[in-house]
Design a protein around this ligand. Structure first.
Ligand code: NAG
Length: 131
């Protein structure tokens, strides 16, 4: 087999692996939780909006050194689980339809291309007019 065929196959596999995201739904004004748990050595991690790039969170909204929050773009973004227990579940307070979209939790494992990436798709519906 020509090596390019193998490489193309691998690329297709890789892109295929990232097309399905967990869905989280909520309503305007609620707190929503986007789960992110990992195993293994405790390490630095971040949440970003949009899909994760290959190297980093594209537009970071919160960062942790593995034990505590080290950067928070907005007070609405919180890590309320035990960070040191590897629970990086993101809470977004007072959700707004404009919060809808993809969120990427990136756990920075040692070594090249070892990062764990968990992508969640959030959709916030307007609660007014539903009742
Ligand atoms: C992780 O933390 C969230 C709060 O941010 C909590 O609701 C959830 O139950 C925790 N999950 C685990 C597995 O501990």
């Amino acid at each position: 087999m020509h090596p390019w065929v193998a490489i193309l196959g691998l690329l297709l596999l890789l892109t295929d692996g990232v097309t399905s995201y967990s869905q989280v739904t909520g309503r305007t004004g609620e707190s929503v939780r986007l789960p992110c748990l990992y195993t293994g050595e405790i390490t630095t991690a971040c949440w970003g909006r949009g899909e994760c790039s290959w190297w980093s969170c594209r537009e970071d909204i919160i960062q942790t050194d593995g034990y505590k929050v080290t950067f928070q773009k907005d007070r609405r973004y919180q890590l309320r689980g035990y960070i040191g227990e590897r629970n990086l579940t993101l809470t977004i307070k007072n959700a707004d339809p404009s919060d809808s979209g993809l969120y990427c939790c990136r756990i920075e494992k040692k070594g090249w291309f070892n990062d764990i990436i968990i992508t969640q798709e959030l959709s916030i519906r307007d609660s007014s007019g539903d009742m």
